[in-house]
Design a protein around this ligand. Sequence first.
Ligand SMILES: [Zn+2]
Length: 307
Amino acid sequence: MEKIKHLPRCYNFSFDHEKLELLVGIQKATIPIIKTSLTTDSPLMMSLYQNYGGDKNLFINFGEKDKSFGYNNSIVYKEETEDEIVYSYILTPAFEVTKKTCEYCDGTGINNINGFSCFSCRGKGKKLIESERQFDQALISLFPIIWLENYIISDELQDKENISLGLKLNYSKKQTVALSWSSSTGMNNCFMGGWLDKEIFEWGKTLTKEQSHIINEAMRKTHETLFLSKKEIYDYRLHYFDERLFSIDIPGNACCVYGPAEGTMEMFFTNLGTTLSCHNVDGRFQQILFIVGLSVFNDLFDLDKNK
Ligand SMILES: [Zn+2]
């Protein structure tokens, strides 16, 4: 079997700082098989419907021109390139600000016991109500797509004598970051991980202060936008320990995504890159912060390479 030197770019995450928009490019060659897999009664899809409800047409528009798909149509068709369809999700807050005065702070926005910003209204002075938490819906909607894309990548690494999918993938671009997260959340049931290509892992060690700041700031801004509360930059950090261990730290109980991590994702047991795992990821907001951080990391790498 011919040795694969790099993974074909099956999908690509990117982040627009101005619009606070998460972009996902999907390689067109993978779309037909993903489309079929999304409409079967596979354990993957059954468990999704069991846990989150919805009718079986939720994913029917995936891969169709100008059509959004997923829970609440949260994943929006943006554009097409020669080999990719690009989908978009624009960050929206988990709360809506109503016109009613906040009853905890009488509209001052200040907690009168400790003088800090009122936790109930996040300093807005108006009563907040929970919105549809669209970022939950967006991540749940992308979950089966990325799960299946990772399956395709893993299939590419198998011996083609025992061919299973036999797709003709485009290798002209390289998958530099792969992501993996659980659809479930909670203290014992939540996961965020992924994989970094060798080249981007090494490149990451040369990040300048400015580049690190761009990544950290994107995660901070995402958190602030989703929860309408002020966040401090020092809580968000992409860094390396001893030029060896990659880590992204975000708010939580020592919550991080790190690598190399052995034994977490079989599909990425290759010498092509570094597997990432996590510590104390409990919630979807943490998953999305990591996705944004890794997307920006990926964007900066692309920018550097295409200079
Ligand atoms: Zn208040």
